[in-house]
Ligand binder design. Structure first.
Ligand SMILES: [Ca+2]
Length: 451
């Protein structure tokens, strides 16, 4: 989610505004005949970031919608939104800014055996711990909760079991997307800690992405069913703890804002990665993979001292000799901050899903995702598809724009903050009308066939 914010937070984040021009290699916009539309399901949110199916015995098809500001509500299949909260995490969170903020309630996942054990997991930004210095901004926290016995619409607040706490140096690049894999383990995405270029206070000399002794800038994998707080899957790449933190599954990620398993095919693990100033990524993650940040951004070398000019030559292996793995697709930011409408461009990738539902046959097998907004100041989120063009986790995928209007024909005119998926594989779009945590312009749409 978000990351480069040239006009507003440039001083805070230390971003350079001098955009360098490259000949674009992105695919041109295509497929003007798309039959995909967005049906409004619910509104009045601030910034809804998570949507997951809630298997309620008396109300099949219910969904949980989690708002970044710390609240979770039940959305019934008839479109009714519960007014009493399923979970209210606000008392345990940092106070989020009224303006732009990347902290908050960022991840939600139900235990694979939720129906039997009523357990769910959240990733949220808690305040700095009392024994930490002021160089820590907040505490990324992964906790387990249980739904109250006999009250399936409410979480028992006294049931919190804290699994993981990570000191965060800056307020941005939290990631916090969590999900259970087909293996039953919990996958947790973490950002590089924030600031810009993975090169500020609280970042390792080589960057947190390349530091396997920190849990920042990683994809983690833990076993919530064993151990004291959690167990370590025995085949995690650093399971013995000698060369890195045992929780690490993959590394070299900047802010993987969107992680999903393909529910079909080979159940591959997809993770986008939000770029610094130039390139956005779609990755297929393999266990132990190093995805390059901050040695690389997209298909290009990266220099944190000169982030707008990719070096001609950069390392292709990391400090331990591991290859730096390329993503399967990239798209670029508008050169010199000027959008070229004929090009596939954006500034902050929002991850999605390989479509395996029934309603939209034209999307079958494609990875459907979005860009948050093609400009920082105005709501201009756009949709993309990625199509496999070869075999293997490193085969390149083809990107196309996916024209999508609402079912009323109106333009979306929103920041696309997240996508969601229901138990049938149908997709949902979560938006915020603003680039801040103010107002109630957040909406939830379902992707449907064009009427
Ligand atoms: Ca990368």
């Amino acid at each position: 989610m978000k990351s480069t914010c040239p006009s507003v937070l440039s001083s805070l984040l230390g971003l350079a505004l001098a955009w360098t021009g490259f000949n674009s290699t992105a695919a041109p916009a295509a497929d003007a005949q798309s039959g995909v539309a967005l049906k409004l399901l619910a509104e009045g949110f601030v910034s809804p970031l998570n949507l997951v199916p809630l298997p309620l015995p008396d109300s099949p098809g219910s969904l949980l919608v989690a708002d970044q500001v710390g609240t979770i509500q039940v959305l019934k299949p008839d479109g009714n939104l519960s007014q009493d909260l399923f979970l209210d995490l606000r008392p345990r969170m940092v106070t989020v800014n009224q303006g732009f903020d990347e902290r908050g309630l960022l991840g939600l996942a139900l235990h694979p055996k939720f129906t039997a054990n009523r357990k769910l997991y959240v990733f949220y930004s808690a305040p700095r711990r009392s024994d930490r210095g002021t160089n820590v901004d907040c505490t990324s926290t992964v906790s387990e909760f249980k739904v109250a016995a006999g009250s399936p619409g409410h979480v028992d607040m006294s049931s919190e079991r804290v699994l993981l706490q990570i000191d965060k140096p800056q307020m941005n690049h939290n990631c916090g997307r969590i999900l259970f894999g087909p293996d039953g383990f919990l996958y947790i995405g973490t950002g590089d800690g924030g600031g810009a270029n993975d090169n500020e206070q609280g970042h390792a000399p080589q960057g947190n992405g390349q530091d396997t002794t920190t849990l920042l800038a990683k994809l983690l994998r833990i076993d919530v069913d064993h151990g004291t707080a959690y167990g370590i899957p025995s085949d995690n790449p650093f399971a013995d703890g000698k060369k890195g933190r045992p929780e690490i599954y993959a590394y070299g990620l900047r802010n993987p804002w969107g992680i999903s398993f393909d529910r079909g095919g080979k159940h591959e693990l997809f993770a986008v990665d939000v770029g610094q100033n130039l390139f956005e990524e779609l990755n297929i993650i393999v266990k132990g993979g190093n995805y390059g940040w901050r040695l690389r951004e997209g298909f290009h070398a990266f220099d944190p001292q000169n982030p707008n000019t990719p070096p001609e030559n950069g390392p292709r292996t990391d400090a331990s000799g591991q290859p730096l793995l390329d993503q399967v697709a990239e798209y670029r930011h508008p050169a010199r901050n000027k959008l070229d409408p004929t090009q596939l461009q954006g500034i902050s990738v929002t991850g999605g899903y390989v479509y395996r539902g029934q309603a939209l046959p034209e999307l079958q097998g494609k990875y459907v995702f979005a860009d948050w907004s093609r400009t920082w100041a105005l709501p201009d989120g756009v949709f993309f598809t990625a199509s496999r063009s070869g075999e293997g986790a490193q085969a390149k995928w083809k990107l196309d724009q996916l024209p999508v209007a609402t079912t009323t024909g109106a333009k979306l005119n929103a920041y696309i903050v997240a996508l969601g998926e229901d138990s049938a594989g149908e997709l949902y779009v979560l938006t915020n009308g603003r680039n801040s945590l103010t107002g109630q312009t957040g909406k939830v749409f379902k992707m449907v066939a064009k009427p």
